[in-house]
Design a protein around this ligand. Structure first.
Ligand code: CMX
Length: 134
């Protein structure tokens, strides 16, 4: 793993939380992007080497809607940047981690992503991400 790429934070309302995080971090939100297949709307902030991703549910049956209902607002996942996501998925599967996708999928902010089930990572949802170079 190269570094923590971002922290994902589940929020009820981006229109309330974007100004709050702009004040908190003293930096503007640099991108808002919907990820249809995840049922989320995202908002990104640059914080040095890392980023903060706010996640608002766009669909009632989405992972974020379920998370908010069960746990409320707060840290939803930690994303690690990797050099080769498919190799990392294979490495972790062999070690017994539950990788939630067979193939990486396209995520927000120009990334290939996949998730590891929190039940195999001490209760923390982990995302792997690799920059898409086009
Ligand atoms: N962090 C820690 N634990 C989590 C969690 C999270 N973010 N989300 C769910 N869980 C836990 C639940 O609390 C529950 O634990 P218990 O069995 O102890 O009660 C367990 O995982 C199962 O949760 P669930 O609500 O029944 O939800 P599902 O099994 O339907 O799904 C998960 C859980 C992690 C497999 C699903 O949320 C998933 O596939 N997540 C990956 C995709 C995702 O999160 N997308 C949104 C972000 C997209 C983006 O960043 O762009």
């Amino acid at each position: 793993m190269l570094k923590i790429e971002h922290l994902g934070i589940a929020v009820k309302s981006l229109s309330d939380s974007i100004p709050l995080f702009e004040q908190l971090l003293n930096t503007p939100c640099y991108k808002q992007e919907a990820v249809e297949h995840e049922g989320v709307e995202t908002a990104f902030f640059a914080t040095g080497e890392n980023k903060i991703e706010l996640l608002q549910a766009n669909k009632p049956d989405s992972a974020i809607a379920k998370f908010l209902e069960k746990k409320g607002e707060g840290i939803h996942h930690v994303a690690f940047e990797v050099e080769n996501i498919e190799a990392e998925m294979k490495r972790l599967t062999v070690l017994g981690f539950e990788v939630l996708q067979e193939k990486p999928k396209r995520g927000a902010d120009n990334k290939l992503i996949c998730f590891l089930h929190p039940k195999t990572t001490n209760g923390m949802l982990i995302e792997l991400c690799q920059e898409i170079v086009e």
